[in-house]
Structures are given as C-alpha cells and as structure tokens.
Design a protein around this ligand. Structure first.
Ligand code: 13P
Length: 369
C-alpha cells in the first residue's frame, strides 16, 4: 500500500457520521469481563461473543472500522466465514491491536510502559496478509501524586512513534492512543495539563520518527475530571476543555481524532461527544480534523451483559449494540438527546434539544477497569 492509499484509509475511518468499534480486548481483559458476567472464559466463548458483535445487522451504517485482537482476527463465524470477511462485506474496515500490553516501568512506581516493538515488523506483515488495514497501540498514563513522570511520558511517546513508523512502512494506518487514565481524584484542569503535555511529546516524537501525519489517527482520552474528583464538569464543559486542548497540540494535517471511552458510561460518552459537535459546529469554530469515536466499553457493555454467554439472547444483544452505535452516530451530527436512551431507537426519536447542561450527569458515571 502506498502513502496515498493509507491517507484514503485514514480518511475513510473518520469521515461522515461513522466511528470505530474497539473489540480488541486482550484475552486477559476479555476473560475478566466474562468472569464478571458469569460467562465461561474459553476461546470458544470469546469467539461466540465476537461472532454476535461482528454479525450485527446494519452495523456498517454506524461503524467505519473495527479493531480486532490477535486471537479474533484469526477467528470465523459459526458458519465458517472469517470475521475479517464479515466486516469487510459490511463496509467496515478491519484493524488490529498490535501492542503487547502495558507493563511496569522500571524505576517508576505506579507507571507503565507499553511493550511490543520487538518483532513488530514481521507481525505487521502477517496482519496485512490477514486483511488488516490499520493498527492500534495504546499507551497508558496514570495521574496521581508526582505522576506522570517525564520518564513515563517520554518512553511511551517514543514507543508510540516507533510503532507508528513501522505501521506506515508496512502500509497500515496507525492509530496512536496515548490514554490519560480516569482513575483518581484529580481535577479536570489537571487532566487537561497532563493531556496537553503528553500529546505535545507524542507529536514531537511522531515528527522525529518521520511519521506521515496525514496517514494516522489520534485516539486520545477526553479531558475529564478523575472518577473520584468531587467536581464533575458538565458535558459542555468537557467538550470545551477537550477540543480547546486538542486545538493547541494536534496538527491540522491529522485527518481525524477518535476518542476512547476509558470507562465512561455509554450515555455520558455519547452526550460529551455530542456536545463537541454542537459547540464546535459553526464554520469559524470547526476544528481542522474530524472528531469521532473509537469506543470499546461505551458501545459493547450492554450487549455483553444481555448476551451473557447464551446465544438465545443473540438478537437482543445485537439490538443493544446497534442502539449504542446509533446513539454515537447521532452524536456526531450533534443531534443526540438523553431521551433517545428511553426510546431505545435514536433515529426514531427525532432531533430534540441537547440536554448537556446539567451538572447532575456525573451521577451516571460508571467505572470499569
Ligand atoms: P474503551 O472505549 O473501553 O476505553 O476502549 C477503547 C480502547 O480501544 C482502549 O484501548
């Protein structure tokens, strides 16, 4: 794939009113979620769950790309069709998580470095053969007393940039994901300062490693107060802090920004994304890049709970998944309303006033590791 093809793929992932679906939980993370839901932690159960997700009818209307995991990209539906083919046939671009997880960073208590660069060139070639067209690497930055440290930010920024350069060499669009975690009692302002600092380092390193910004996607956190902070800003305040922070540090050459949900509830993630599209809609305030979603838990959580390991609940689980995907599509148009949650059918509820002004929305916070 040449650079122009990667640029086109990056654009296709973020344009219009579609976003990405992250179903790339590692085996360990998936098993933890299954254990909480009382689902057996077997390879077949993981396959069956992903089968429910990828075969959801009409998913391609809301989802532009799906991020798979090493185990999942090799799997097939019960009828024997590879997941990659099911997705591609539905108009969804397949991608792959390629990092090997965040490990303890030596000399930096409480901080982590994402590993997986060794042997990455060969693994990327393999994933290209399997049909992947983009990749993802997640770095995690914890906020707390005296952290994040310079050592943690710089080590992760450099790893992200080296991963991104290797992806582009292989013809894969890199999704660059530096996640400032929500855990803690820090204020929204502290999250803003840390996020801005981290993104500045990441873009410095992307430049140093000669990454083509036009052929990548940034996957950041929203600028949020810590989960246990006593002040929880409104969706409008989150939207303003997030977009103004990104405007300071993300070059206009980047085609799109696709947010992670980070453990927010599905409803809050949709309301905050919606507020960004309402408040930055006017021609002079519109950001230079597309703003979309790349949610995992904030789209999948209800579907997993409903499915519960039993295919008798397959259709209901798919409806729940599609509902959240549609809520986010509507949010990208700035037309999401909390009333759509009751109606269960976002596009049938019509457009209404966006209810993003109350401070009470913090009450719906859900933290899930
Ligand atoms: P969440 O939306 O659940 O944070 O997952 C997104 C993701 O891809 C994390 O790497």
């Amino acid at each position: 794939m040449n650079v122009q093809e990667m640029i086109e793929t990056a654009r296709a992932l973020v344009v219009g009113d579609r976003g990405l679906l992250a179903i790339d939980e590692s085996t360990g993370t998936c098993n933890k979620r299954f254990a909480r839901a009382g689902i057996p932690q077997t390879e077949e159960a993981r396959r069956a769950y992903r089968d429910v997700i990828v075969t959801t009818p009409d998913l391609g209307a809301c989802i532009s790309g799906a991020i798979l995991y090493d185990e999942t990209i090799r799997q097939k539906t019960i009828g024997g069709t590879p997941f990659v083919k099911v997705l591609t046939d539905a108009g969804i671009i397949p991608g792959i998580k390629v990092d090997l997880g965040a490990k303890r960073l030596a000399g930096h208590p409480g901080e982590r470095i994402t590993e997986g660069l060794d042997g990455l060139r060969a693994r990327l070639q393999n994933y290209v053969q399997m049909g992947a067209r983009f990749a993802k690497w997640r770095a995690v930055i914890a906020v707390g007393h005296g952290i994040p440290s310079r050592g943690c930010i710089e080590a992760n920024a450099q790893a992200l940039a080296r991963y991104a350069a290797l992806c582009q060499e292989a013809g894969l669009v890199p999704i660059v994901e530096p996640e400032v975690l929500m855990a803690g009692d820090h204020t929204q302002e502290r999250c803003r300062v840390v996020t801005e600092d981290v993104l500045r380092r990441v873009f410095d390193q992307l430049f140093v490693q000669r990454v083509t910004l036009e052929a990548m996607i940034l996957k950041p956190n929203m600028v949020l107060p810590g989960l246990t902070c006593s002040t929880q800003e409104t969706a409008d305040e989150v939207a303003d802090a997030t977009v103004s922070c990104l405007l300071r540090v993300v070059p206009a050459a980047v085609p799109g920004i696709a947010f992670l949900s980070g453990g927010q509830s599905g409803e809050l993630a949709s309301a905050r994304l919606n507020a960004m599209h309402v408040r930055f809609k006017a021609p002079l305030s519109r950001p230079p890049w597309a703003l979309t979603f790349s949610f995992g838990r904030a789209i999948q959580r209800p579907a997993l709970e409903i499915w519960g390991g039993d295919d008798a609940h397959r259709v209901a689980a798919q409806q729940a998944l599609l509902h959240r995907a549609r809520c986010n599509r509507v949010a990208l148009r700035g037309e999401y309303d909390a009333a759509m949650e009751q109606a269960g059918r976002p596009e049938a509820a019509g457009s209404a006033t966006v209810s993003t002004r109350t401070r009470g929305d913090g009450a719906k916070r859900v933290a899930e590791p």
